[in-house]
Ligand binder design. Structure first.
Ligand SMILES: Nc1nc2c(ncn2[C@@H]2O[C@H](COP(=O)(O)OP(=O)(O)OP(=O)(O)O)[C@@H](O)[C@H]2O)c(=O)[nH]1
Ligand SMILES: [Zn+2]
Length: 200
């Protein structure tokens, strides 16, 4: 299910969330009945369902849906895939970029599907490490390529807006399978994702 503004939300979930967010707004010292806040619990209820829609999506089915037989056997890299997720500790956003590569072994997948897989796992309550591994596992298990590499660079609002309050730290996580466990292949991938090939 891909939520858009016109799509319906689960009524039972939405009404339960509305009650809870009304209460939360009250507990935080605000008046949930004042004009500006009247529709806020409903907006949050919908936003939260959108940002966790990944629980209802199947990454492997997405990859299988555009799996093509192809003999190309060099590295395929899709880099700079933006992502927005929520840390499971504070339910505050973390956001950044994912870089994905795989070396086909008889099958390729639609390029957009790699970005969709990032979204499926990002739109859940996450830690960056698990997100990185889930993306890798879905690609590895579906395409059974010679190897997969995933690197995520992200900033965590729970470290910026609160807590330790560090504004410029970036967290990098990575996961490698198959041929990417070999130093030469891994270095080529890391070199290519750092390169500025089309002048961006
Ligand atoms: N490993 C990992 N940690 C994360 C991620 N997102 C948030 N965290 C951390 O989760 C930890 C939770 O630590 P706790 O001590 O239970 O929570 P806290 O008291 O709010 O911690 P502070 O953020 O240090 O104030 C914090 O260190 C966060 O920085 C993530 O994706 N991966
Ligand atoms: Zn957090």
């Amino acid at each position: 299910m891909a939520y858009s503004k016109t799509e319906s939300y689960d009524e039972k979930v939405t009404s339960g969330l509305i009650e809870n967010y009304k209460n939360a707004i009250h507990l935080l010292g605000e008046d949930p009945e004042r004009e500006g806040l009247l529709k806020t619990p409903e907006r949050i209820a919908k936003a939260m369902q959108y940002m966790t829609v990944g629980y209802q999506q199947d990454a492997k089915a997405i990859l299988e849906g555009a799996k093509f037989t192809e003999s190309y056997s060099e590295m395929v890299i899709v880099k700079d895939i933006e992502l927005y997720s929520m840390c499971e500790h504070h339910m505050l956003p973390f956001f950044g970029k994912a870089h994905i590569a795989y070396i086909p072994n008889g099958y390729i997948t639609g390029l957009s599907k790699l970005a969709r897989v990032v979204d499926v796992f990002s739109r859940r309550l996450q830690v960056q490490e698990r997100l990185t591994h889930q993306i890798l596992d879905a690609i590895q298990e579906t395409l059974q390529p010679e190897g997969v590499a995933v690197v995520i660079e992200a900033q965590h609002l729970c470290m910026m807006m609160r807590g330790v309050q560090k504004q410029n730290s970036t967290t990098t996580t990575s996961a490698f399978s198959g041929q990417f466990q070999d130093n030469t292949t891994r270095s080529e991938f890391l070199r290519l994702i750092s390169a500025n090939l089309i002048g961006k």
